[in-house]
Design a protein around this ligand. Structure first.
Ligand code: FAD
Ligand code: SF4
Length: 516
């Protein structure tokens, strides 16, 4: 066999035949390296849907590499014997003796460290190339961030729109405004969602079936279920999902972006995050398809702008935050939250209707929409005072789209305010009345969102007032929280005492757990 020039490292979230790592690839002297390692499923207690998503998509990508004629060294996960990512790479370096390593910049700080250390230990050159999947580079974000006191998404997003000429008329936003949030906050009302299109789902083929059987066996004690696994795991399927979304859901995406409905996990969302994060889809093609839908009159501007903002704005912004703030970001705990994550987050066994619904669908599908993540599961842990790292471990474990560069800033920054306001201008706290406005869950719940204390008090409402009291001094300094803090003065001392007592009972696990 000819000497191996470059070993091209491809990670489970780098499944793109056009990635920069393949620039200059020569099948006569180069080869691709991929490995399934248990460590990546156990460093957080990954759910079965998430592990299956990665295994199935990686195995399908291996077939695509074969079709493209690119030699591949692929290690499959075994039921018993397995080594970590670094040890597997090291063993293959010794066996294959490449002259150098090439890869597209990984999404995870931990993985970058690990691969750099392995290359160094083996005295091998490692060529890490820009990840051109994204619209902007980390350097672009760092330049934007330089000298700014706060890093709000909105300003970065407007820069992105101008730089990439997306939804722009020369230097002005199409439609005359940057933001259509005010049009995008409807709930479904009493009647509920009307004829939501059936979601695009893909029944498991033999490759996915095999991955499902393996995961059910090898990771039997991990959270989640696989009976309903039907995610796109190939580029062709991901493109089908994209086109179905643009046609069928995008027109109403904006209007119902923040709404929730019991037992309907899909609604008008795109469900494209996993396909994007594993790089089966390119954000440019997703944004271009949405922009074309507006031009062609398929979807209204408010919906299209709302959708593009998520991808061109939020997705790129959180990546910039991650790479400019790591590794210290992982340790942030601005509110000194020290409580443990309730054990029922891993099985959904709570009597709170909104949380039970969000957790059940999370464990069944590995999916929840943004509002469920931010204003149900995340809101509860924020107000309960759960240690941010434990919250981070949970979000990284349970969703099929979970990769650290996007999950961590959303969890620590947006949802838990653990970065002290770098991302969010205030902690996102709310009583159960917010959930009552956005969904009908409260009607079927044993708790009452209007009550702060007593046996029927909604735990969200109790914890909201408890949070305000616990952090009053800090919150009073924030002009965006002033009104909420002032409302504390309207509550009697006796009521405050009752709230504190009830919050203590919630923390002690005496409230919220279902004993079914
Ligand atoms: C606590 C918390 C944890 C999260 N963890 C993840 C995660 O691990 N992986 C992940 O992809 N998203 C994460 N998000 C962001 C968001 O909730 C998901 O991207 C979205 O719910 C995925 O569903 P969808 O594809 O139907 O999205 P849609 O509502 O259809 O949105 C379209 C796309 O925009 C992007 N997007 C939307 N919101 C965000 C956001 N806040 N940050 C980055 N991209 C965004 C996604 O790629 C998404 O596919 C998290 C949000 C919170 C509050
Ligand atoms: S009453 Fe409270 S716990 Fe119950 S569904 Fe409403 S917000 Fe959730």
């Amino acid at each position: 066999m000819a000497e191996l020039r470059y070993l091209i490292i491809v990670l489970g979230d780098q499944l793109d035949l056009d990635a920069s790592a393949f620039d200059g690839f020569d099948a006569s002297v180069d080869a691709v390296w991929m490995a399934e390692v248990v460590e990546e499923s156990t460093h957080v207690w990954s759910s079965k849907p998430r592990i299956t998503m990665f295994l199935s998509a990686m195995r399908h990508f291996a077939l695509a590499l074969e079709d493209a004629g690119r030699p591949l060294h692929y290690t499959r996960m075994h039921a018993s014997h397995n080594v970590g990512l670094a040890a597997q790479l090291e063993a293959d370096i010794v066996r294959l003796k490449p002259a150098g390593l090439v890869m597209t910049a990984p999404g995870d700080w931990r993985v970058l460290r690990l691969i750099k250390d392995t290359a160094e230990a083996n005295a091998l050159a490692l060529d890490i190339r820009e990840d051109r999947h994204f619209f902007s580079s980390v350097r672009d974000f760092a330049a934007h961030a330089k000298g700014r006191k706060s890093l709000r998404m909105e300003y970065f997003y407007r820069e992105q729109r101008k730089r990439h000429q997306i939804l722009m008329d020369d230097d002005q936003p199409v439609g005359g405004q940057w933001n259509f949030d005010a049009d995008n906050r409807e709930s479904f009302g009493k009647a509920g969602p009307d004829a939501v299109p059936a979601p695009k789902r893909f029944g498991p083929d033999s490759v996915t079936r095999e991955a499902i059987d393996f995961v059910n066996d090898r990771f039997a004690d991990h959270p989640g279920r696989l009976e309903d696994f039907a995610w796109p795991v190939t580029r062709t399927q991901a493109l089908e999902s994209l086109h179905a979304f643009i046609r069928e859901r995008l027109p109403l995406f904006g209007r119902f972006q923040d709404a929730m409905w019991p037992d309907d996990p899909w609604l008008y969302h795109s469900h494209l995050s996993a396909a994007l994060n594993l790089k089966l889809l390119n954000p440019r093609e997703v944004v271009a398809a949405a922009e074309a839908a507006h031009r062609d009159g398929v979807a209204p501007l408010a919906s299209v702008e709302g959708f593009i903002r998520q991808i061109l704005g939020w997705r790129e912004y959180v990546r910039g935050i991650y790479w400019t703030q790591m590794p210290g970001y992982l340790e942030r705990n601005a509110l000194d939250a020290q409580h443990d994550l309730p054990a029922w987050y891993w099985n959904g066994a709570t009597d709170m209707a909104c949380l039970r619904d969000a957790l059940t669908q999370t464990l069944t599908h590995g999916y929840a929409n943004h509002i469920q993540r931010l204003m149900v599961t995340g809101l509860y842990t924020l107000m309960l005072g759960v240690q941010p790292k434990q919250v981070h471990d949970w979000y990284l474990a349970v969703y099929v789209d979970a990769v650290e560069w996007v999950e961590l800033p959303n969890t620590l920054g947006m949802s838990q305010y653990a970065d002290g306001g770098m991302m969010a201008s205030k902690p996102y706290i709310a009583t159960g009345k917010y959930i009552q406005r956005m969904s009908p869950h409260c009607k079927s719940c044993r708790y009452d969102p209007a009550q702060k204390s007593g046996d029927r008090a909604c735990p969200f409402t109790t914890l909201y007032w408890d949070f305000l009291m616990r952090h009053e001094a800090m919150l009073a300094k924030n002009p965006r929280m002033a009104l909420q803090v002032k409302n504390l003065a309207r509550i009697s001392d006796a009521e405050k005492h009752a709230v504190i007592e009830r919050a203590a009972a919630i923390r002690a696990g005496e409230v919220g757990l279902t004993h079914e």
